[in-house]
Structure formats: structure tokens, C-alpha cells
Design a protein. Structure first.
Length: 249
């Protein structure tokens, strides 16, 4: 099955975790992919791992400063030059902090907003210009279940994901006329490095609150990104798709 045959995708935060799983499933489905990371070293490592799996994968790595509109524009231009088009943008890079309000460092709040919100705006703006010229495209954002319920500490992160939902719904309405679909996926607790490192006494009570009885795998989330990027979702836009096992906290 090659749902993305002939398409080109750019995936931010593509070196590990959910982003890496998205890159992999897109490549398996025939797309050419530019993966972005924060450091050349981790980008190179991810590229080597993918090439080891399949030397024929059409994949390149970039590490622009996503908070800098000029660097983002340059990166998007490189993708278009390398593969001839940019059809799918996945704004997945994200960071969080769990401090309570009284101890929250305003610099951390600004850092979270810069990557989780400003970068989404920068990438969407640069990519949409190319997509409009091409006659259409797909922009997908990684939100979170905390964008629906908030969370009891670390207010910057849920605030940033509420903003991601706002960008998603508003851009879907604005860009529909240019045949650009905009959607988000809101994962629940997903087994990335951070979650895998949690001790049993933390993870077991957490799992007990999830009706499907397990945490999500990066592939569970990546498959939602595959569907939304593909023509199977040709009439789906402005949606925040929960992939969380019906977790409600
Ligand atoms: P991760 O920490 O495993 O990976 C983060 C990715 O973001 C990496 O590829 C990293 O290179 C990139 N990144 C980090 N800082 C960056 C920066 N300053 N500039 C550019 N890139 C940077 O994270 P993950 O758990 O796979 O999360 C990916 C997305 O999913 C995030 O947006 C996160 O908020 C969201 N999410 C994760 C979970 C979860 O349980 N893991 C749940 C809900 C939402």
C-alpha cells in the first residue's frame, strides 16, 4: 500500500519518538521526506537508521532554527528544490515543562511558545505559499490531549497546544480556498523515550486510567498522520483527531 506515492513531506521533530514514526510510515507509503531536528548529530543518526532499513528511501535531513522565519523559508525552499514539490508539512517538534505556576521560569514559557506555537506559524506560512502555487497541500500539527483538558501543572505546554488547535481550525478555514487541508492529531500518553523511562509505579496507575488499557505507541499516532496526509482524508479539514485510547485526564 503506497498511500503517499509521489508526495513530498517535511516533518519537524522527525529524529525520534512520534516524529520518527511519522517519517518512517510516510517513507513506507512512497513519500519523499525531509526530516528536521534540532541538531545535525541527531538528524544524521536518524538518517543512518532509516537508510540501514531501506537504502532506497528518499529522505534528507535538515536542522533549521524553527523559530526563525528566514531559516524556515530557506529549509522549505531546499525541500522543494530537492524533491520538486512540498505536499505535506507536519509540525511535530514540541517541548514541555511541568513546573507549577509559582516556580515557572518566564524564559521556559517563552521557549515553549517559540517552538510549539511560533514555529508552527513560521512553517505553515512558508509551506502554504508553495502549496498554494502548486494547487494544494496538507498541513498537519501535533497537538495533545492536554489541549482539550489542560493539565494540573506546567501551564505553558497546554496553553501552547490550545494555540496549536486554534491555528489548525483557523488555517483550515483560511486555506480551504487554496485546496490546503489543515488538521491536528492529539495524542494521549505515547511510548516515546520519556514515557518508556518511567518506573512501573508511575506507569501502572496511569495505564489504569486509560480505557484501552495501554499507552499509545508512536506507530498508533503515526497512522493517524498517514490517514490525514493521504487522499483518504480528502474532505477532512479543521479536525483535532484524538489518538489517546479514550484517556480523559
Ligand atoms: P521527543 O522528545 O521524543 O521528540 C521531540 C522532537 O522534537 C525531536 O525530534 C527533537 O529533535 C525535536 N525538537 C526538540 N526541540 C527542538 C527545537 N528546539 N527545535 C527543533 N526541533 C526540536 O517528543 P515526542 O514525545 O515524540 O513528541 C512529539 C510531539 O508530540 C510534540 O509536539 C509533543 O508535544 C507531542 N505529544 C507527545 C506526547 C507523548 O506522550 N509523547 C503526547 C502528546 C503530544
Amino acid at each position: 500500500m503506497e498511500l503517499l506515492k509521489g508526495k513530498t513531506a517535511m516533518v519537524t521533530g522527525g529524529t525520534r519518538g512520534i516524529g520518527y514514526a511519522i517519517v518512517k510510515v510516510y517513507l513506507e507509503n512512497g513519500a519523499s521526506v525531509a526530516l528536521c531536528g534540532s541538531r545535525q548529530e541527531t538528524v544524521d543518526k536518524a538518517l543512518a537508521k532509516l537508510k540501514e532499513e531501506n537504502p532506497d528511501y528518499k529522505v534528507i535531513g535538515l536542522c533549521p532554527d524553527l523559530g526563525n522565519p528566514e531559516e524556515v523559508q530557506k529549509a522549505v525552499g531546499t525541500v522543494k528544490e530537492t524533491f520538486g514539490s512540498l505536499d505535506i508539512l507536519v509540525n511535530n517538534a514540541g517541548i514541555s515543562a511541568r513546573d507549577g505556576l509559582y516556580d515557572y521560569n518566564p524564559d521556559d514559557f517563552a521557549k515553549i511558545m517559540n517552538l510549539n506555537v511560533n514555529a508552527v506559524f513560521n512553517c505553515a506560512q512558508a509551506a502554504a505559499k508553495i502549496m498554494k502555487e502548486q494547487g494544494g497541500g496538507v498541513i498537519l500539527n501535533t497537538s495533545s490531549m492536554v489541549s482539550i483538558y489542560g493539565q494540573p501543572a506546567g501551564v505553558g505546554y497546554p496553553a501552547s497546544k490550545f494555540a496549536v488547535n486554534g491555528l489548525t481550525k483557523s488555517l483550515a478555514r483560511e486555506l480551504g480556498r487554496d485546496n490546503i487541508r489543515v488538521n491536528a492529531v492529539a495524542p494521549g500518553v505515547t511510548r516515546t523515550d520519556m514515557v518508556a523511562a518511567l518506573p512501573d509505579e508511575v506507569i501502572k496507575p496511569l495505564i489504569a486510567t486509560i480505557p484501552l488499557g495501554r499507552v499509545g505507541e508512536p506507530e498508533d499516532v503515526a497512522n493517524a498522520f498517514l490517514y490525514l496526509a493521504s487522499d483518504l482524508a480528502s474532505y477532512v479539514t479543521g479536525v483535532i483527531l484524538s489518538v489517546d485510547g479514550a484517556a480523559r485526564s
